[in-house]
Design a protein around this ligand. Sequence first.
Ligand code: ATP
Ligand code: LTN
Length: 336
Amino acid sequence: MENTNDKKQIVFSAIQPSGTITLGNYLGAVKNWVKMQQSGEFDCIYALADLHTITVRQTPSVMRQNIINAYASILACGIDVEKSPFFIQSHNPNHAQMAWVLNCYTQFGELSRMTQFKDKSAKHADNINAGLFTYPSLMAGDILLYQADKVPVGSDQKQHIELTRDIAQRFNSIYGEVFKIPEGFIPKDGARVMSLQNPTAKMSKSDENVNACVLLTDDNDTIMRKFKRAITDSEAHVCYKEGKDGINNLMSIYSSVTGLSFEQIEHDFEGKGYGDFKVAVGEAVINELEPIRKRYEQFVKDKKYITECYTKSDELAFKISRRTMDKVMKKIGFIK
Ligand code: ATP
Ligand code: LTN
């Protein structure tokens, strides 16, 4: 970080290395990480949430590669570790420690209401482990350790941010003002990019259907092919309307990438069919992702650079988070 002594607001966010980063992750979250970092208005701290990833069973060799690939992808999106740390969560033991503490200030009923828990336990019915259930207290710890003001995420994380606020307020009401109460920062467009094959479900990097997600590493032909195959309806009129989930999703993606309003898009595609629109969305996304992919291909080969980036980020993140951790331990009654 450039300066930790000024009064800039603190931004914290994280992403799981649970697969290849998707267009949904980028438009919903990472694009804002970059904007917030580049604006110079905030002190930003970002992390690769690898501890969260083992709530779903991983193959060790694949997990190792996913971590490197995800790290390189985020650098390629424009995150600059000279400006702010981008660290690896498992390299900082304060996260696991804080998660345990916060588990003791989080209610079973609260965790039972989390929709992500319900979705993921339905999807992985053979492995409904305690970590999947307590995932939100680990996430709350991530945020609260850095005294974050703003948390840029997609809309699927709104419920977890609300719970983080509740946990922080509960802790503060017992021990005094220990934690800053954070707020979610959710984009207007792109906050919930839907699957291209099932537009009522979120685009997710752990989706098994390869045509459902656009990946940051997809080449231009693949991106275009995925958009051309995107599921739409039989109306063939480009307009945003309740029930037209496929077209609504393509319009949101197009709007998020080009900055055009829905009215403008409807006007521009008046009298044109879905085929033309899908090609336009494909081209706009290619323009956005191609430079990222090219940078990614450079970074991912450079293990030495990646290691340097996370090592110095890990050290900084440890130092910042330890201040909060020490304070929490002392307030609760642990001795030195
Ligand atoms: P998984 O498939 O393993 O659950 P994920 O793709 O949902 O992973 P996360 O690592 O859990 O991704 O999320 C990283 C960030 O991307 C979060 O801020 C999340 O809100 C955002 N995000 C994830 N999917 C989407 C989406 N489809 N649209 C917009 N934002 C998204
Ligand atoms: N649970 C988040 C990833 C995540 C996160 C965080 C996001 C872990 N820790 C802290 C924001 C702040 C998800 O996107 N599924």
